[in-house]
Ligand binder design. Structure first.
Ligand SMILES: *[C@@H]1O[C@H](CO)[C@@H](O)[C@H](O)[C@H]1NC(C)=O
Ligand SMILES: *[C@@H]1O[C@H](CO)[C@@H](O)[C@H](O)[C@H]1NC(C)=O
Ligand SMILES: *[C@@H]1O[C@H](CO)[C@@H](O)[C@H](O)[C@H]1NC(C)=O
Ligand SMILES: *[C@@H]1O[C@H](CO)[C@@H](O)[C@H](O)[C@H]1NC(C)=O
Ligand SMILES: *[C@@H]1O[C@H](CO)[C@@H](O)[C@H](O)[C@H]1NC(C)=O
Length: 532
């Protein structure tokens, strides 16, 4: 009798000590993170879009819509911050995206989110777009914390052939080659299957194989190709949108519908396997919509690749039976770098072993409506910024502000020149603090694009920029999310403080990593992938 009781007590103590979450009688939640590509502010039904997204609308209505949520203006930067919890200035990746032939990746001494989740005991799976570098095998998802990977490594490709066309330097040829991998091996045999379908099938099969009775929690990162260019979609998704005149917008709307269906299917799979009751599902875009390829950020200014709200204010929501205040809208300041500490916190893990984080654990802000611990947000500082896409409207085609002369030593017309604020205001940069957003240099395409199809009824001025750009601009983005009313003259102290903050961050920046293309990237007749 006695020995049996004692051994039971010991066994119980061991279980309790080794799994603190069991004390509360619950397992760590399954975490499913769905990242859409180039999905714009005005492209989701619940923001009033003409595009129908019934699944996103319904899931977010039952969850928490994040309406003061920020991402980075480009693919690689957002994914980089999601994976590291750190600003780009701290990883040397503050400039642009990784092009197929560039020999770099997220620095290998950065500890990534899936590594932390794996250490906490999660099964970790990734499906879809990587775009965090692949010139060496050490850079691949399976070497950076994912148990399994199925997807493509570069930034964009054909949705059906899964081929990426890219210029190979020195050889001076354009190669179109497959970019699709199963783990580290090239995946053939999927030609003709639309990637939104292909990736959803893979995700639902991972979910089905993950036995709900098993104690192993699941971390599933779904980085959809949708809805990035090229504009390709099976006809059945486009049919309901014959009322949209603009052919780009019409195709794009069909792509969004396919993506919405994908999210619905993934959710259904979680419900059917019984995982859903203990799942936290996050949906996020990676950056603002690309107006050149059907996207819309109306009524926000700018678009992808710019630091205007249209580039960085993201569509996002969290849905889960575990939320304490479901069915609410959050206006707390939340940033894509916050997911790492938030999700690792939910998992009951530790962020020890990462480099100093810029992200905050925002779970209580999301789940309980508490105040966000984030008071400031560095959008970026990129001294090498160039907007490579044509921006319609004269204001954008004129002289970029970053080429404007900057007076030294200050003057009444430009009292915040680089030398007395400590920050060179020709540099492309933006920072947010409370309601204030300060931009310096040329922020990127500054147009207010019209509401698709509804130019006349929206009351919006469809013309190009009304303001003349200034080297330093201040907006109250709480009161003025469209960034129409530039108020730097009225708030010199705010400007001064924020310029000092930029100076502080600039001093602590890593040098930019943006190497020349390496012709050894040439896939020839094979596939894009590691060449070193
Ligand atoms: C590269 O090829 C194109 C045509 O394919 C040619 O016009 C161009 O001059 C070539 N550039 C160099 C540097 O050889
Ligand atoms: C969603 O599931 C339905 C029913 O199985 C299927 O017909 C459809 O192709 C799926 N869509 C996607 C995008 O996976
Ligand atoms: C200020 O920044 C711009 C843009 O990055 C750069 O071209 C210029 O050389 C800088 N000026 C000084 C004085 O450092
Ligand atoms: C609607 O706007 C277009 C230009 O975008 C203009 O040509 C047309 O006259 C307007 N229609 C009405 C009814 O205002
Ligand atoms: C629209 O903006 C232009 C400047 O780009 C301005 O001239 C025009 O008056 C504005 N129209 C309205 C209706 O506000």
């Amino acid at each position: 009798m006695f020995p049996l009781t004692l051994s039971c007590m010991i066994a119980t103590a061991i279980i309790l000590l080794s799994c603190p979450l069991f004390l509360e009688g619950k397992q760590p939640p399954h975490i499913v993170f769905i990242l859409a590509d180039d999905f714009g502010w005005n492209d989701v039904g619940y923001h009033g879009s003409e595009i129908k997204t019934p699944n996103l609308d319904k899931l977010s209505a039952k969850g928490v819509r994040l309406e003061n949520y920020y991402v980075q203006p480009l693919c690689t930067p957002s994914r980089n911050q999601f994976m590291t919890g750190r600003y780009q200035i701290h990883t040397g990746m503050q400039h642009q995206i990784i092009w197929p032939c560039q020999p770099y990746c997220v620095p290998l001494d950065e500890k990534l989110l899936p590594q932390l989740m794996r250490e906490t005991g999660y099964a970790t799976h990734m499906v879809g777009k990587w775009h965090l570098g692949m010139y060496r095998k050490d850079c691949l998802p399976t070497r950076r914390g994912f148990d399994s990977y199925f997807g493509y490594l570069t930034g964009s490709e054909d949705y059906f052939s899964h081929q990426r066309c890219s210029h190979v330097p020195l050889l001076n040829v354009t190669r179109c080659a497959l970019d699709l991998r199963e783990g580290e091996e090239v995946a053939t045999g999927y030609t003709g299957t639309y990637s939104t379908q292909l990736f959803t099938d893979r995700v639902t099969s991972i979910i089905a194989k993950h036995n709900s009775k098993k104690v192993t929690p699941l971390f599933l990162y779904v980085a959809l190709q949708a809805v990035h260019a090229p504009l390709q979609v099976p006809e059945r998704y486009v049919a309901p949108y014959s009322f949209i005149k603009d052919p780009n917008r019409r195709l794009y709307a069909g792509m969004v519908s396919a993506m919405d269906e994908a999210v619905g299917n993934i959710t259904l799979a979680l419900q059917e396997t019984g995982l859903w009751d203990n799942t936290v599902l996050v949906f996020s875009t990676d950056n603002g919509g690309q107006t050149l390829a059907g996207g819309s950020n109306w009524p926000l200014r700018g678009r992808k690749w710019s630091l205007w709200e249209g580039g960085v204010r993201g569509v996002g929501f969290v849905t889960s039976p575990l939320l304490k205040q479901p069915g609410t809208v959050s206006r707390q300041l939340i940033h894509i770098s916050d997911w790492l500490p938030t999700l690792v916190g939910l998992a009951g893990g530790s962020t020890d072993g990462t480099k100093p984080l810029d992200g905050y654990n925002v779970w209580n802000a999301i789940s309980k409506g508490h105040a966000s611990p984030r008071l400031e947000l560095l959008h970026n500082i990129d001294p090498l910024y160039v907007d490579i896409a044509p921006c319609p409207g004269s204001a954008c085609q004129g002289l970029p502000v970053s080429n404007a002369p900057v007076r030294r030593g200050g003057s009444t017309s430009n009292p915040w020149s680089w030398s007395n604020s400590g920050f060179n205001v020709s540099i492309h940069a933006a920072i947010r603090s409370m309601q204030w957003k300060l931009l310096t240099g040329y922020p990127g395409c500054d147009r207010w694009f019209t509401r698709p199809g509804l130019e006349n009824s929206s009351g919006t001025n469809s013309s190009a920029s009304v303001n003349h750009l200034k080297p330093v601009m201040l907006f109250d983005v709480e009161a003025d999310p469209e960034e129409r009313d530039e108020v730097s003259d009225q708030h010199p102290n705010v400007v001064d403080n924020l310029l000092r903050r930029l100076g502080h961050y600039l001093q602590r920046s890593q040098p930019i990593t943006f190497p020349d293309d390496d012709p050894r990237c040439d896939p020839g007749t094979g596939a894009w992938g590691p060449w070193e």
